[in-house]
Design a protein around this ligand. Structure first.
Ligand SMILES: NC(=O)c1ccc[n+]([C@@H]2O[C@H](COP(=O)([O-])OP(=O)(O)OC[C@H]3O[C@@H](n4cnc5c(N)ncnc54)[C@H](OP(=O)(O)O)[C@@H]3O)[C@@H](O)[C@H]2O)c1
Length: 399
């Protein structure tokens, strides 16, 4: 068969670029009308995406740069998505630093001079247009979140496959920020409370880093399921306000790290009832203190290492108290449990819709067409700073 040669001369004059592509290549795709005007504003219907990229591991300040690239219209089973909001999680920064076990793929696909990757693992997208072979139940305008890690969510547009996404069938009563942050922190809290320690109504668990995204989620889920939470946070100016905030979302008791060293304070908080489960976000001495107050046969689940210090466990905790130690990683769990993950996310979104579950306080950085690299890097640094009290998030609404 002879190759077709295109001459973009007189026969094609009068066609719009989109009509021209459809005529020449027989492309068919469904497109969101209100976004289409902007999306197709670029020549020949290519979308222009702006993204943060990195080519080497290191401090975000040193390795992140801003890059623009064009995305062709969707074909076959491709979709074009627009990012609406992407959180800044500690794991994203660890990944940029090169100290996270899951590494992104570095490629030249984005047209950078060397191989690069887009950071960001979690995010909310809106479907803009679908290739002709995409499942017809997926419509432009719908929302979706990433089905797994490493997509590279710190960008404004992307080409995706159906398998990259979990579709959210109902946006009603859900903010973009809620939806963007549902898949990592609330899901982690959900699994740890459900899968370890066999908690029953009125049982106690204890957690450090209780004001983190995961910690706040655990407090509220415990409330929904009838568990009781002892919540440990670091002391700071304004500690009483933070304690009140966590009690207001359902925490049974909130203690500082220093207060929690006193076993009597813990016994007072639990009315002498045993603690069956401990959730460890921090490590180091803070984790040792959780172990000291766990009841016989209790379980400690480590999911974070914010203090960057190893766990020190006494032999007696293992020998005489029969304690059990676990690690939990939502990425690994999700890979094995895609259907259960989708169902869990819909359940959490339903709680948000009903007002039973609130997302953490946010520190929003609006990402517009003219946002500078400096502002994005400042947002990344701020998002992971100590005592920030807020979850950093990019809101790409304006692009
Ligand atoms: N294993 C998993 O599947 C999984 C899933 C989600 C998250 N995580 C991990 O869980 C941790 C929390 O994540 P997140 O998104 O919930 O965090 P976040 O909302 O950003 O909150 C960070 C938390 O860490 C505390 N913190 C920061 N530096 C600390 C230090 N040096 N010593 C003690 N505490 C410190 C903060 O307390 P202050 O207010 O006192 O600074 C805050 O409670 C991270 O390590 C993250 O990687 C793991």
């Amino acid at each position: 068969m002879k190759p077709i040669r295109l001459r973009l001369s007189s026969p094609w004059q009068g066609h719009t670029p989109l009509a021209l592509r459809r005529t020449v290549f027989g492309l068919h795709h469904r497109t969101l009308p209100d976004v289409a005007a902007r999306y197709y504003a670029t020549r020949f219907g290519y979308a222009l995406s702006r993204c943060l990229v990195f080519s080497n591991y290191g401090q975000p300040e040193k390795v992140l740069s801003l890059h623009s690239y064009s995305i062709p219209p969707p074909y076959g089973d491709n979709l074009i998505v627009k990012f609406l909001a992407s959180p800044i999680n500690p794991a994203d920064v660890n990944q940029i630093e090169g100290v996270y076990p899951e590494k992104p793929e570095f490629t030249r696909e984005l047209g950078t001079s060397g191989e690069s990757a887009v950071p960001g693992n979690e995010g909310l997208v809106q479907i803009i247009s679908c290739g002709s072979r995409v499942n017809s139940s997926i419509r432009p305008g719908q929302w979706a979140i990433m089905s797994g890690p490493n997509f590279g969510t710190w960008r404004t547009y992307a080409a995706a496959k159906e398998s990259d996404l979990i579709m959210l069938p109902n946006k009603e009563g859900i903010s973009q920020l809620d939806a963007a942050t549902v898949s990592v922190n609330p899901s982690t809290a959900y699994r740890m409370l459900r899968d370890y320690g066999n908690l029953q109504q009125n049982d106690y668990f204890i957690q450090n880093g209780a004001n983190s995204g995961v910690g706040r989620s655990a407090i509220q889920m415990a409330n929904i399921w009838g568990f009781k939470s002892i919540n440990i946070v670091r002391n700071r100016p304004g500690i009483e306000e933070l304690k009140k905030e966590l009690v207001d979302i359902g925490g049974t008791a909130v203690l500082t790290e220093e207060e929690a060293k006193d076993k009597n304070r813990i016994a007072e908080a639990t009315n002498g009832e045993p603690i069956k489960l401990a959730l460890n976000c921090v490590g180091g001495e803070s984790a040792t203190n959780l172990v000291r107050v766990l009841g016989k046969g209790g379980h400690l689940v480590t999911y974070g290492a914010m203090a960057k210090k190893p766990l020190c466990l006494s032999a007696s905790a293992l020998i005489f108290k029969d304690l059990h130690f676990h690690g939990f990683w939502i990425s690994a769990w999700s890979k094995e449990n895609q259907a259960a993950k989708s169902a869990m996310i819909l359940e959490i979104l339903e709680w948000i819709r009903n007002g039973e579950f609130k997302s953490p306080p946010y520190d929003v950085t609006t990402w517009s067409d003219d946002t500078k690299l400096r502002s994005l890097i400042d947002a990344v640094n701020k998002g992971i700073s100590e005592f920030s009290g807020r979850k950093g998030i990019f809101l790409m609404n304006e692009t």
